[in-house]
Design a protein around this ligand. Structure first.
Ligand SMILES: [Zn+2]
Length: 313
């Protein structure tokens, strides 16, 4: 790598931070966002408010990129970085189909791209629309479909590191987590978010709760989410109780009463105990996410009225 190339990419990404989470080896986080207040608009602006991390796992002459970055420039930065560390065999894994996780992929076409089979289906279905967005839909995305897919789990070896790709139906049906058994390290994608999860598929909330219990059965020691407090990620990530805290929030959001108390409270009150206990970290932008979650729950309950109960608790 020519240093001038790296400087040029870096200067085009003035708010990108790059660090190694404490206590990890060969793991790098590339973090952007939490640079502006929340305003509900499009995926790009919302992501800058929430902040997003992508990760690399580098070992020997191999590297894995977990998520393709917010823009091709972010992806190019990661690729240039892992190459500078000696990586020649480079794999990219998409955590799920949401735009903020796949938008940079046009810069990663030389890598081996893997995702869940449903991620490929979703992206194939929406590729044209993502390439030609409406005026308020955020930047155009040059969608790159994964060359390889898996269904339940897949094992990769990145240099000397064993990496498990695990599908859990949390946040979205196609979600992939990476698990490093030797370290007990979980890369959660959007299954777990700090401050609270984004309810993208409210019709599957019951499944998400059951799947969170299954996730809690994985021997996890530390968790690195896509959207989380950068300082906590730099300090080594979140504890396993992050999984239970996410379930607690969802159960409050979908409390089996006509109007759950969480619907009229600020998120900082809804998850106060977990914030005070240090399990979660407060980020103001999640007040906006919580408001959207409440609206999503209201809509799904309205729709399910009169129809036979399916997946709604
Ligand atoms: Zn997502």
């Amino acid at each position: 790598m020519a240093n001038t190339d790296f400087s040029k990419i870096s200067s085009s990404l003035p708010t990108l931070r790059h660090f190694q989470p404490h206590g990890t080896t060969g793991i790098h986080a590339y973090y952007d966002g939490r640079t502006c207040p929340w305003h509900s608009s499009n995926w790009y602006d919302e992501t800058l408010a929430l902040g997003v991390a992508t990760y690399s796992i580098v070992s020997g002459d191999s590297a894995l990129l977990f998520d393709a970055g917010l823009t091709p420039a972010h992806a190019e930065y990661m690729l240039t970085h892992v190459r500078s560390l000696g990586a020649v065999h480079i794999t990219t894994v998409y955590s799920h189909y949401h735009s903020d996780h796949i938008a940079g992929a046009s810069a990663l076409q030389e890598t081996r791209i893997i995702a869940h089979a449903r991620t490929k289906e979703k992206l194939a279905h929406s590729a044209e629309e993502l390439r030609n967005p409406g005026p308020d839909d955020g930047p155009s995305i040059d969608v790159v479909l994964p060359a390889e897919t898996y269904e339940e789990r897949m094992t990769l070896r990145i240099g000397s590191v064993q990496v498990e790709l695990l599908n859990f139906e949390i946040h979205t049906q196609d979600s992939t987590a990476l698990f490093l058994p030797a370290e007990g390290l979980l890369f959660a994608g959007d299954m777990l978010e700090d401050t609270v999860t984004y309810v993208a598929e409210p019709e599957h909330l019951g499944t998400h709760l059951r799947e969170l219990e299954r996730l809690a059965g994985v021997p996890v020691k530390r968790i690195l989410p896509a959207h989380g407090c950068p300082r906590r990620i730099e300090e080594g990530g979140f504890g396993k109780e992050f999984i239970e805290a996410t379930g607690r929030y969802l159960r409050k959001l979908d409390e089996p009463v006509e109007e759950p108390g969480a619907w009229t409270r600020k998120v900082r009150d809804v998850v106060r105990e977990d914030l005070e206990g240090g399990v979660l970290v407060f980020c103001e932008a999640y007040e906006g996410v919580h408001e959207e979650n409440v609206e999503a729950l209201k809509e799904i309950r309205e729709e399910s009225k009169g129809s036979s109960p399916t997946d709604v608790l």
